[in-house]
Each structure stands twice: as structure tokens, then as C-alpha cells.
Design a protein around this ligand. Structure first.
Ligand code: BMA
Length: 335
């Protein structure tokens, strides 16, 4: 006898206890919420402001297909969003020609030493996507540093403190080796060097075989930098974007301590499965609740809306202990 559908769904869920729990109000922001005409809103950077307000710096795609960034603020990080009436940060191709086709996918890092938020974002140039950087105190005015990593490069975020005296930037250049995560160092946020391969896309049938890239900025824990990354698998019907977990050494962040084998979150809900780009979950930001454990991940769903999922740092680390293994150390000739 065939089991009723509800039972099948239940059985499937018990086999894979979810680590990231979707908010019942998802998607929490869509184009219908916007005070001006847009095509879509997705892939938002996130941070907490000094008064506890959640700020999302959202990627907004206009009806030409070009993206800009727009800030949304909420007291509880879930609803009651106050959205800037006009774009907050527009591409400025006159001064920054690398932004000719828009700016996308911001990540926000608050840097105590600078008392500034550092925003890294994709600048879409004629040569492809590159990494740009801007500083802000209030998300109203920005000091642009321009492009800091030439194309093809994206999925970047700054660590919140210097490592051994140098700023550290994680990013995802596309090289003939593939689309892997790298880390680079700088004395001043402008000049970057000491490039190191950090985490590789796997090969063959793996869920993260074709491309990987940093999702939100790394989360500093007592055991290491906890990194949520997006992994892409090419399929005959398109790309599948899912999320994996890895842990890196606190003082040598290119050193991977553990990497999970399976993905921990993938497109399942209808708003993740169907949109302008089907089957995409793409977090660019997180905030930490006052309890110091619950993380709010803000993710773009199917390149159409913003959704929220929560997880505990402790449970993510426990999962890595049970399901992760030590990465093979990179050999110098890999570079
Ligand atoms: C990636 C990025 C994201 C996007 C995703 C799915 O390469 O460009 O901005 O959400 O593709 O289209």
C-alpha cells in the first residue's frame, strides 16, 4: 500500500534533520515591498547597527537587468522594513567604469579598528565581474575604493580584524584551475598580495563540483572561522545552488580544519525552486542574536526575493564534528 503523501514528507524530513530553519514568514522581502519600480530584490548583505536595528543592503535589479544596492532597516530583522525611497548605492560608471553593468551581491563586515562598515561587492564590468570595496559609517554616504580584484572575481568579504598585521579578503577568482575560494592580504585595503588557495570546488558528481564561493562573511568562533559557502552543480536543466560548511584556522585562515561532505541547505521551498533563476539559495549576510548563538542568515531565493533561515553556531560546529573531515593541505604547485 502506498503511504499517504503527508507521511512521505514527514519521513523525508526526519532523515535529514534541518540545520537551518526557514522563517515561517518567508520570503520576508519581495519586489512588492519596494517603494519604487524594480524587477527583483535578492542577495542582501546584513549587519546590526549600534541601536540593534537590522540593516540589509539588498541587491535590487531594475527593469533593464542592471543591479544597484538599496538599504532596508527593521527593528526585529523579520518585518516592518523601512526601505530607502531611492537607491542607496548606484553604479557610478563615469568614475568607476568597472560598474558599467551594475553592482551586485554585497557583503558587509564591521571593522572595529576602522569604526567603519566595509562593503565588498561585485562590480560588473565589460571584462566580467570584479570585486569592489567601499567604506561607510551609516549606509548613507560611502567612500569608494574602486575595484580591488580584477575580473573574473566575485563572492568576497573582508575579515573583521587584521591577521598578522594584514587585512584578509576572501574571494573567488575564476582561473584555469577552476572556481575556487582564495584569500589575499593587504596592508591598507588597496594593494593586495600573498594570494592563497583556501578551498577548492570538488570534482565529478559532487554537489559542489563546478563552482564554490563564499556566502556571508565568515563567523568568528572560539574554534575557528565558520564559513558557509555556496556550491554549484551543473545539471542538464541548469545550475543547482546549495550551501556547505567549513571551518578555518583563526590565525591562518587559509588552513581548512574541517569541511562537511554533504550540503546543509538547498532549494526546497517554492520561492527557492522557482523564480528568475530556478533552484538558488544564496546568502550574502548574517546577524547574530544577543544570545551569541543563533545566527540569522539572509539569503536570496531564486534571484527573486529575500528569505531568512536560522541556525545555532553550536549545532553547526557539532554537525561539522560529526560530518566533516580534514581537508588535504594545498600543495605549493597547486597555485
Ligand atoms: C551567481 C551570482 C549570484 C546569483 C547566482 C544565481 O553566480 O551571480 O548573484 O544569485 O549566480 O543566478
Amino acid at each position: 500500500m502506498t503511504a499517504p503523501e503527508a507521511t512521505l514528507v514527514h519521513v523525508e524530513r526526519t532523515h535529514y534533520p534541518p540545520l537551518l530553519l526557514r522563517h515561517p514568514g518567508n520570503p520576508i522581502l519581495t519586489r512588492k515591498d519596494w517603494p519604487y519600480s524594480i524587477n527583483s530584490v535578492f542577495n542582501a548583505g546584513a549587519t546590526l547597527l549600534p541601536d540593534g536595528t537590522t540593516l540589509l543592503l539588498c541587491r535590487v535589479e531594475d527593469r533593464r537587468g542592471l543591479s544597484h544596492l538599496c538599504a532596508a532597516r527593521s527593528r526585529n530583522g523579520v518585518d516592518g522594513w523601512e526601505i530607502d525611497r531611492e537607491p542607496t548605492l548606484m553604479p557610478s560608471p563615469h568614475d568607476y567604469p568597472e560598474e558599467i553593468w551594475g553592482i551586485e551581491d554585497p557583503r558587509i563586515t564591521f571593522v572595529p579598528e576602522l569604526q567603519r562598515y566595509v562593503v565588498t561587492y561585485t562590480s560588473y564590468s565589460r571584462g566580467g565581474p570584479g570585486v569592489s570595496l567601499a567604506l561607510t559609517k551609516d549606509f548613507r554616504t560611502f567612500e569608494r575604493y574602486g575595484v580591488i580584484m580584477p575580473p573574473d572575481d566575485k563572492d568576497s568579504a573582508l575579515l573583521p580584524r587584521r591577521i598578522d598585521g594584514y587585512w584578509a579578503l576572501i574571494h573567488r577568482p575564476m582561473t584555469t584551475l577552476g572556481s575556487h575560494m582564495w584569500i589575499s592580504y593587504s596592508p591598507d585595503l588597496r594593494y593586495w598580495g600573498r594570494h592563497r588557495l583556501m578551498l577548492e570546488a570538488r570534482k565529478g558528481a559532487w554537489w559542489d563540483a563546478n563552482k564554490i564561493g563564499l556566502s556571508p562573511p565568515p563567523i568568528e568562533t572560539s574554534r575557528g572561522w565558520l564559513v558557509l559557502y555556496n556550491g554549484v552543480r551543473h545539471t542538464p536543466s541548469g545550475c543547482l545552488y546549495r550551501l556547505g560548511l567549513a571551518l578555518f584556522d583563526l590565525e591562518k585562515p587559509e588552513k581548512c580544519l574541517r569541511r562537511g561532505d554533504s550540503w546543509i541547505f538547498g532549494p526546497e521551498a517554492p520561492y527557492e525552486r522557482h523564480g528568475d533563476v530556478d533552484d538558488v539559495v544564496f546568502p550574502c549576510g548574517y546577524t547574530m542574536n544577543p544570545n551569541g548563538d543563533t545566527i540569522n542568515f539572509y539569503y536570496g531565493a531564486a534571484d527573486c526575493s529575500i528569505a531568512l533561515a536560522q541556525a545555532g553556531v553550536g549545532s553547526l560546529l557539532d554537525w561539522l564534528d560529526a560530518n566533516g573531515s580534514c581537508e588535504r593541505r594545498q600543495r605549493a604547485e597547486d597555485l
